[in-house]
Write a protein that binds this ligand. Structure first.
Ligand SMILES: Nc1ncnc2c1ncn2[C@@H]1O[C@H](COP(=O)(O)OP(=O)(O)OP(=O)(O)O)[C@@H](O)[C@H]1O
Length: 242
């Protein structure tokens, strides 16, 4: 990591083609913490993530996205987008080390292999994406994001294609790997938010709502009673009409 992870503040509203997507809202991502964002489909979670990452050309954003250290955000973020976006002509190792290659830096094969090994993908390092399952491809995309070693990490439904056991393992691994970084994670899974979030927010048509996280440290045990209670509260809140 080249710089200490800052807090981020997103303050504003977004429109696409003249139609409001979200806002006005104010979202603060605490420095070195995982913030989980839930909400109904189409409410603008991915748009928000893409705006922060600076990769959204379709959206008209009125407002500010600022870091607490006052430095520009460019070059300090890694985004794991929805869908794996792996390059089909590169093997797993080539995809995981793609960032270094695009920057003209030396590719750290040993580190990539260690991450793949921890993700249970060591045996697949030389396969191309077409020979992987959906869940394996998603783990490769996650490995590529973790390889980037940035202080700010944006994750859009990073575990959605995984079975329950692998999902819990990847949550543990991701929480350990990203400890101390500023993370915004979009998820549809109340259990995931309850396990992973130092802060939890629900985005809906009426704005942002804060949900108090359970007190245990992240990642919380899947059967921790207060984590289960938060999961239940989130589920009830997501089922309720806005
Ligand atoms: N390029 C685009 N052009 C026009 N409308 C768009 C575009 N991208 C997104 N939208 C619209 O913006 C709104 C927000 O989309 P977004 O993908 O941010 O929602 P989301 O909350 O992430 O949804 P999901 O949970 O289904 O991923 C939706 O109504 C969507 O149709």
């Amino acid at each position: 990591m080249r710089s200490a992870p800052p807090a981020l503040t997103i303050d504003g509203s977004a429109r696409i083609g003249g139609l409001s997507v979200f806002g006005p809202l104010r979202l603060r991502l605490a420095a070195g913490r995982i913030t989980c964002l839930l909400g109904p489909s189409g409410v603008g979670k991915t748009t928000l993530l893409r705006l922060i990452a600076g990769v959204d050309d379709a959206t008209e954003f009125t407002g500010t996205i600022t870091a607490s250290d006052g430095l520009p955000l460019g070059g300090r973020m890694a985004l794991m987008a929805q869908g794996d976006l792996l390059l089909p002509w590169l093997d797993v190792l080539g995809n995981v080390t793609l960032g270094a290659r695009l920057r003209g830096a030396g590719r750290d094969t040993q580190r990539a292999l260690r991450i793949l090994d921890r993700m249970g993908l060591a045996d697949h390092a030389h396969k191309r994406p077409h020979a992987l399952s959906g869940g394996q491809k998603q783990r490769v995309a996650l490995a590529r994001t973790l390889m980037e070693d940035r202080p700010i990490i944006l994750l859009d439904e990073p575990f959605s294609a995984l079975d329950a056991r692998t999902r819990a393992q990847m949550q543990d691994l991701t929480a350990a790997h990203l400890a101390g970084r500023t993370v915004l994670m979009v998820t549809h899974d109340p259990a995931e938010a309850a396990r992973m979030g130092h802060a939890i927010h629900i985005l809906s048509e009426t704005g942002l709502e804060d949900v108090p996280p359970p007190p245990a440290p992240v990642p919380r045990a899947v059967d921790d009673p207060e984590t289960l209670a938060t999961q239940g509260r989130l589920f009830a809140r997501l089922r309720a009409p806005a």
